[in-house]
Every structure is written in structure tokens, then in C-alpha cells.
Write a protein that binds this ligand. Structure first.
Ligand code: CTP
Ligand code: MG
Length: 232
């Protein structure tokens, strides 16, 4: 009898949020009555599909153990790494006893608190029979310019350029192998790029534009606006 496929979530949350310039990592900033990471995790829990959610946090992080969700039975804490990819790999290792190579893993940034259960299910339903997996992505509304210094050297064909969001959904075994093979490579800025470097071609699935990553100070107000809209 073949074992049924499981779904796991990995949440990299070990960044320091340099561009946010706040007094603490951005995942712990207040957003619509709670913290950014609590929104993110509650939405993943609400999706009601994950066997466990592994959250990778920095060893010196004093905020995480204070959150009630850090003790939730579905949530596992893993040590964060130097780069995002190291944190994701650490999250994968934290579930290695329970996960099978063919299980699906959805990696989702702690800093994307506006993710909807609708988008999570849409990604899963679109890719569940795919060989490789793929990512939520957005087309660019703006015309895109290639630039050297401050001079435009060309206009890119927008139909070939997409913005990578999360969740990014891959098979446990393939993702772990790709991250191990590409460890230390600075070109790996998301999970898909690790698989691309091993010669695979992940798919894109069009996501919602409100799935923003909190990156700069002005993003918090925008995230609050989206969350208020979503709750209407
Ligand atoms: N992340 C992580 N481990 C790292 C670096 C980043 O788990 N070593 C996580 C962040 O916590 C975030 C996600 O990866 O949830 C996306 O990274 P990014 O938006 O770049 O967050 P930071 O690295 O914290 O921000 P900055 O680059 O401005 O310092
Ligand atoms: Mg970063």
C-alpha cells in the first residue's frame, strides 16, 4: 500500500529585518492587534492541511518563546541559519523523521502575513500532480527597463518576467537535495532558484497581489490595509 502524501510548511523567520530599521526583527512588529508572524502562522494553521509547521528562528531570538503559538502542537521550532536558504534547510531537517521524500513542502516567509488560505489551496490544487512543484508569482504591472548606471539599455518583455512570492511548493526530497547542493551560493534567494540551479523547471501559479513581503517601514501600513480588507 502506498503511503498517503502529506503536506508540511516551513517558515523561515530568522532574519534581522535590516531594511525595516526597527528596534526588533520585523516578524515581531505589531500588525492589526498582533505580531506579523502570528498573522502568518494563524493563516497557515487555518489552511488546515499541514501535518506540522516548522519555524526557523535565530538562537538569540528572545521574542519567539514568548509567543503562545511557539508552543502550539502543530508548530515545531528549528534553529535559523546564516542565510534564508540555511534556515529553510534547517526547517526541513527538523521534520526529517516524519516526512517522506515525496511529501509536499510549502515554504512561506514569516514576513508575508497577508497570505490567504485561498491562495494556499489554489497553489496546492494547481500543482499537486506536478513532478517538480512551483511558486506563487505575480506579473509586473509596470514596464520593465534594463539599466546600466542610470541609463536605459533596453525594455524587457514583460510576458517573460514574473515576481516570485511565497509559498513555494516542492517535494521534500527534491527541495532538501537542491538546497544541500547549492549551499553557500549567494544566487539562491528563494527556494525555486535552488531547484533551477539543479536543472529543474518549477512552475509559476499566479497569486494575489496583496501577498506582500514586509520589507520597508511603509509596508506595515499597507499590510494592515490589506488585512482589514480581507476581514470584511
Ligand atoms: N530569513 C531567515 N533566515 C535568514 C534570513 C532571512 O529565516 N538568515 C527569513 C526572514 O525572517 C523572512 C524571510 O526569510 O521571513 C525573507 O527574508 P527577508 O525579507 O530578506 O527578511 P530579512 O532578512 O529579515 O530582512 P532584511 O533582508 O531587510 O535584513
Ligand atoms: Mg534578507
Amino acid at each position: 500500500m502506498t503511503q498517503s502524501i502529506k503536506f508540511w510548511a516551513i517558515v523561515p523567520a530568522a532574519g534581522v529585518g535590516k531594511r525595516m530599521q526597527a528596534d526588533r526583527p520585523k516578524q515581531y512588529l505589531e500588525l492589526a492587534g498582533t505580531t506579523v508572524i502570528e498573522h502568518t502562522l494563524l493563516r497557515l494553521l487555518q489552511a488546515d492541511i499541514f501535518s506540522a509547521i516548522a519555524v526557523a528562528v535565530s538562537k538569540e531570538d528572545p521574542y519567539w518563546p514568548e509567543l503562545p503559538l511557539s508552543k502550539h502542537q502543530t508548530i515545531i521550532t528549528a534553529p535559523g541559519g546564516k542565510e534564508r536558504a540555511d534556515s529553510v534547510l534547517s526547517g526541513l531537517k527538523a521534520i526529517r523523521e516524519q516526512a517522506s521524500d515525496d511529501d509536499w513542502v510549502l515554504v512561506h516567509d514569516a514576513a508575508r502575513p497577508c497570505i490567504t488560505t485561498e491562495d494556499i489551496h489554489y497553489l496546492i490544487n494547481t500543482l499537486v500532480n506536478d513532478e517538480v512543484g512551483g511558486i506563487l508569482a505575480l506579473a509586473s504591472a509596470d514596464t520593465l527597463k534594463q539599466v546600466q548606471g542610470n541609463s536605459i539599455t533596453g525594455t524587457l518583455d514583460r510576458s517573460h518576467i514574473w515576481r516570485a512570492l511565497t509559498p513555494q511548493m516542492f517535494r521534500y526530497g527534491m527541495l532538501k537535495a537542491a538546497l544541500e547542493q547549492t549551499q553557500g551560493n549567494p544566487a539562491i534567494t528563494d527556494d525555486a532558484s535552488a531547484l533551477e540551479l539543479t536543472g529543474l523547471q518549477p512552475k509559476i501559479v499566479e497569486g494575489r497581489p496583496d501577498n506582500i513581503k514586509i520589507t520597508r517601514p511603509e509596508d506595515l501600513a499597507l499590510a494592515k490595509f490589506y488585512i482589514d480588507q480581507q476581514c470584511l
